[in-house]
Write a protein that binds this ligand. Structure first.
Ligand code: CMP
Length: 132
């Protein structure tokens, strides 16, 4: 069994999609290990997304991630990291199959509803930033 981390971002929490997204995760046999709801501070968002700090979209990413509440969930499952990335779909919702989480709930590349760890190394770093 493997662990991974999912964020339900401010666009999806504002749109009241938390329950439906959690239902999808449970229907795909993930087990919820830990879950918190919080608001990113600019400092926390900068640490979480530090690998993107030189990108042109970084200021907008910080503004968006601090604009409302986020739900962070640690999930356990078989091949959890790659399976969850498959279930959420690509970063750009225009590239997503309609039955993926981003296909259902994302409105653009910058307002894309969820984030999922893309490797064990990133999962460990992201978990440390959010859960300490
Ligand atoms: P996420 O999976 O949370 O990881 C980094 C985020 O930056 C990503 O989702 C998008 O919301 C955003 N992002 C990634 N690439 C781009 C891009 N080319 N333009 C704008 N936003 C991007």
């Amino acid at each position: 069994m493997e662990q991974t981390l999912l964020l339900i971002k401010p666009d999806a929490t504002k749109a009241k999609n938390i329950g439906e997204i959690i239902s999808i995760l449970e229907s795909k046999k993930f087990r919820i290990e830990e879950m918190i709801m919080f608001k990113f501070t600019p400092e926390l968002a900068e640490r979480f997304y530090s690998e993107h700090n030189s990108k042109e979209f970084f200021p907008d990413l910080l503004m968006f991630m601090t604009s409302g509440k986020t739900v962070a969930i640690i999930l356990t499952g078989k091949n959890a990291i790659s399976r969850l990335r498959h279930i959420i779909g690509p970063t750009d919702p225009e590239m997503c199959e309609p039955d993926t989480i981003r296909g259902k709930y994302a409105s653009s590349m910058r307002r894309n509803a969820v984030h999922a760890s893309d490797s064990e190394e990133h999962f460990l770093a992201e978990r440390r930033v959010i859960f300490g």
